[in-house]
Design a protein around this ligand. Structure first.
Ligand code: RTP
Ligand code: MG
Length: 156
């Protein structure tokens, strides 16, 4: 049931290759934050797909390192649903750099499971607009196969 006055949002979470073995703990942290997981998919991205996903960073000095890391193993994409899900999920992630996260937000996902400024365990969309784009990237509304793609949770 949907609470009156709630502002449900959907955002994309990604468990990056360095943290796939911590999947169970990270899923638990999503639920502990009061968020719900409504879709999940494990996939190994091609270089082209990875460069497309992070196209906003293509001119950055760290781009090559980011892409190499991002395709070094499978990632797990999740659709996260909840009140203010975009900003709340980013808060659960913690600061971008895992070393900084260990000082500033020691209970965050990046503090617990990340390594440094590149290998940082997980991703979250930074705005509602990027959430829409990134959800469509991993869970295309047109494509897909099987009945699960039509699931429309509002609560779990
Ligand atoms: P994300 O997009 O993965 O959720 O991370 P973010 O918003 O906190 O950070 P962003 O600036 O979007 O950076 C995207 C990813 O690029 C890698 N990175 N490496 N070595 C570096 O200086 C550096 N800076 C960023 C990280 O994997 C970061 O999550
Ligand atoms: Mg970002």
């Amino acid at each position: 049931t949907r609470k009156l006055g709630s502002r449900k949002q959907r955002t994309l979470g990604l468990i990056k290759p360095d943290a796939v073995t911590k999947l169970g703990a990270i899923f638990q942290m999503v639920y502990d934050a009061g968020l719900t997981i409504t879709k999940a998919k494990m996939t190994l991205l091609s270089r082209k797909e990875a460069m497309d996903f992070y196209v906003e960073h293509q001119a950055k000095t760290f781009f090559t390192d980011l892409i190499e890391f991002f395709i070094s193993g499978p990632v797990v994409a999740i659709e996260i649903l909840g009140d203010e899900a975009v900003s709340l999920w980013r808060k659960v992630l913690g600061p971008t750099d895992s070393s900084a996260a260990r000082n500033e937000a020691p209970e965050s996902i990046r503090a617990k499971f990340g390594t440094d400024g590149t290998k940082n365990a997980a991703h979250g969309s930074d705005t509602l607009a990027s959430a829409a784009r990134e959800l469509e990237f991993f869970f295309p509304s047109s494509g897909g196969h099987g009945p699960a793609n039509t699931a429309k949770f509002t609560d779990c």
